[in-house]
Design a protein around this ligand. Structure first.
Ligand code: NAD
Length: 295
């Protein structure tokens, strides 16, 4: 069993750290929220009084933070963990951030002899709780192999995407496609409804035809088609519009760097920004259906 430091106990990080404790690891946690720390203490984790304590004797330091600026600051900022990490520790950052920040942190830590992989996740809060997340890892083969001895305690599919930053690129490619599928599924369903079709029947037809996709099958955006989907629970997240908008911003940034054409991703970003402007930032991202259904 490993000694693990865990930073960032939010919607995702909280249950992920919990699963590491359940798997028998010795886990020391840190978050700015004392409530989040207190909850993890009840689950058997040790709490750090300051962030540097998570590094002490750690085989792994895992972070699950909101955005690139938080990850840069924690590791490489003034009083960053770079001054406290041991060269035997592997840093695994699971946050969804821009690939450039992941590469910057990886290179800065690497220059100090500290190993780093980016390992963003897919699967949402439910996947975090059930330890069924997909991890998309960027880093060297040996660091991937080392990460792979602990990530299965939080997830079930572990992929090696390439070098440092590749995990982040793969993750935003996936989320850009997901947003496009969600928007397309929503407009197709609403057009059918406008013509008098039952959305359950139409969904079943498309699921068994060439329009089949993940959103239709597992996350139908039309209320009351799938009982457990956020659409049937007043669009409570799930995965928030604000987070999808953040990921689509990262996708556009990445596309600009390589001059890649992403017209569908740009359109999806605009639609999600529109939802934010309508005050729907904290609704589930499947609420994009309402852009078509509310007339
Ligand atoms: P969250 O806002 O619930 O949690 C973030 C946590 O980080 C908070 O508890 C906050 O207090 C803590 N934090 C912030 N700055 C800190 C600091 N300097 N030191 C210590 N703790 C600090 O966010 P989340 O939903 O858990 O998402 C985390 C990451 O996972 C994001 O990058 C997000 O894009 C990604 N993600 C989220 C989902 C999802 O469904 N929520 C799915 C996949 C990926």
């Amino acid at each position: 069993m490993a000694k693990i430091g865990f930073i960032g106990l939010g919607n995702m990080g909280g249950p992920m750290a919990c699963n590491l404790v359940k798997a028998g690891h010795s886990v020391t946690v840190f978050d700015l929220s004392s409530d989040a720390m207190a909850h993890l203490a009840t689950q058997g984790a040790q709490t750090a009084s300051d962030v540097t304590q998570v590094c002490e004797g750690a085989d792994y330091v895992i972070s699950m933070l909101p955005a690139g600026k938080h990850v840069r600051a924690i590791y490489c900022g003034e009083n960053g963990l770079i001054n406290h990490l041991d060269t035997t520790t592997l840093v695994i950052d699971c946050s969804t951030i821009d690939a450039e920040s992941a590469q910057f942190v990886g290179k800065t830590l690497g220059d100090a002899g500290v190993k780093f992989v980016d390992a963003p996740v897919s699967g949402g809060v439910a996947g975090a709780a059930a330890a069924t997340l997909t991890f998309i890892v960027g880093g060297s083969q040996s660091d991937f192999d080392s990460a792979n001895s602990v990530l299965p305690d939080m997830g079930k599919n572990i992929f090696h995407a390439g070098d440092i930053g590749a995990g982040q690129v793969a993750k935003i490619c996936n989320n850009m496609l997901l947003s496009i599928l969600m928007a397309g599924t929503s407009e197709a369903l609403q057009m059918g409804i406008d013509h008098g079709l039952d959305p359950k029947v139409l969904s079943e037809i498309m699921l068994n035809s060439s329009g089949r996709n993940w959103t239709l099958e597992l996350y139908n955006p039309c209320p009351d088609v799938l009982e457990n989907a956020p659409s049937s629970n007043d669009y409570k997240p799930g995965f928030m519009v604000d987070l999808m908008a953040k990921d689509l911003g990262l996708a556009q940034q990445a596309a600009q760097q390589t001059n890649s054409a992403t017209p569908m991703g740009a359109l999806a970003k605009n639609l999600y920004n529109l939802m934010q402007n309508q005050g729907k930032g904290s609704e589930d991202f499947s609420a994009i259906f309402k852009l078509f259904s509310e007339k």
